[in-house]
Design a protein around this ligand. Structure first.
Ligand code: NAD
Ligand code: UDP
Ligand code: UDP
Length: 321
């Protein structure tokens, strides 16, 4: 495979750091761009000595001039706790950030992939969600800064393609978990693993009957790179995730079984606009690339628990889950 110059925005985050690692291993020249809003230097520390890796502290809401062949746009806080901490900045990141990186792609002729999200579907009425489902979303709720920013970003991608011929790829990512997730990002896997390891009660929001479908990070990154390799004619959106759907109560049980000990559950109110069900239809992705998730939930959780255990032992700082 020819060596390419690749920009990864949000490269110091959870998914971004795994992507940078894989691209560095393949011998490409990587520019990681991150403002460390929700990412950490520790995530990319092991790459800093690689001659084909470079990290730039930069906020994508401001213009950026570099010469590249491909752009993965992952910059955007992904957990509700992080994106709701500064909703205006979240919107600016999705909208201004996409405009700047699309402008960069237009000038350099680079291919550009947008890390979009299943949140596009809001609280879906159709189940499982295909790419054709238009979504059940609202503009004024606490999740809107994320959902609407991502929706606008998708529109910008389509318009840069139609108006300027930019080679775009849109990937709709469903819930993903694995090593290097922020210990205290408030997401369900991080909370449950952290709580189980520290002997705290497991916090269930609502009845715990709501569902999600969790994809292990290595599978997700395989899928992301496969989408980037698709030809100009394929723009997406393309769903990527693991269709194995479970309730939050089942997830709590699975994680406590793996950690050992008995689970004490503590119930809290369900957050506003929390989707009741979420499961991807991945037939488009499978037909285009042959990709399908390989890592079962148990195996992925074992690796995640191990990583959390190590980081907790090292004393990595956490806010209360
Ligand atoms: P993350 O918060 O760990 O990573 C996002 C990274 O973007 C962080 O390193 C953060 O510092 C950086 N960033 C934020 N604003 C920025 C800005 N203005 N300029 C430069 N960098 C900025 O989250 P993640 O889980 O790695 O998610 C990566 C991408 O994938 C996001 O775009 C997210 O919306 C999308 N996604 C993730 C999931 C998931 O389950 N993890 C699901 C759907 C979509
Ligand atoms: N841009 C950038 N890097 C580039 C080219 C453009 O950051 O290499 C930014 C530029 O600042 C502009 C945005 O991308 O605000 C959109 O670029 P485009 O060419 O579409 O718009 P224009 O410059 O015509 O407003
Ligand atoms: N959740 C929970 N306990 C927690 C954190 C989350 O029961 O400690 C629930 C949350 O209400 C939601 C699901 O788990 O129904 C997934 O939440 P997360 O924030 O991980 O992702 P998203 O809602 O963005 O899919």
């Amino acid at each position: 495979m020819a060596q390419r110059r690749i920009l990864v925005s949000g490269g110091a985050g959870f998914l971004g750091s795994h992507l940078c690692e894989r691209l560095v291993e393949q011998g490409h020249d990587i520019i990681c761009v991150d403002n460390y809003y929700s990412g950490r230097k520790e995530n990319i520390a092991h790459l800093m000595d690689a001659p084909n890796f470079e990290a730039i502290r930069h906020d994508v809401t401001f213009p950026l001039y570099v010469e590249v062949d491909e752009i993965y746009n992952l910059a955007c806080p992904a957990s509700p706790r992080n994106y709701q901490a500064d909703p205006v900045q979240t919107l600016k990141t999705s909208v201004h950030g996409s405009i700047n990186l699309l402008g960069l792609a237009k000038r350099t002729g680079a291919k550009i992939l947008q890390a979009s999200t299943s949140e596009i579907y809001g609280d879906p009425i159709e189940h499982p969600q295909t790419e054709a489902y238009p979504g059940n979303v609202r503009v004024d709720g606490p999740r809107a800064c994320y959902d609407e920013g991502k929706r606008c970003a998708e529109t910008l991608f389509h318009d840069y393609r139609r108006q300027h011929g930019v080679d775009i790829k849109i990937m709709r990512i469903f819930n993903t978990y694995g090593p290097r997730m922020q210990l205290d990002d408030g997401r369900v896997v991080s909370n449950f693993v952290h709580q189980a390891l520290t002997g705290k009660p497991i916090t269930i929001y609502g009845s715990g009957e709501q569902t999600r479908s969790f994809c292990f990070v290595d599978d997700l990154i395989d899928g992301m790179m496969a989408i980037m390799d698709l030809g100009f004619d394929v723009t997406g959106p393309i769903n990527v995730g693991n269709p194995h759907e479970i309730t939050m109560l089942e997830l709590a049980q699975t994680i406590t079984d793996l950690v050992g000990g008995t689970a004490k559950l503590e119930f809290f109110d369900i957050p506003q606009d929390d989707p009741t069900r979420r499961c991807p239809d991945i037939s488009l992705m499978t037909s285009l690339t042959g990709w399908e998730p390989r890592c079962p939930l148990h195996a992925g959780l074992v690796r995640t628990i191990e990583d959390f255990r190590k980081r907790l032992e090292l004393g990595q700082s956490v806010r209360a889950a």
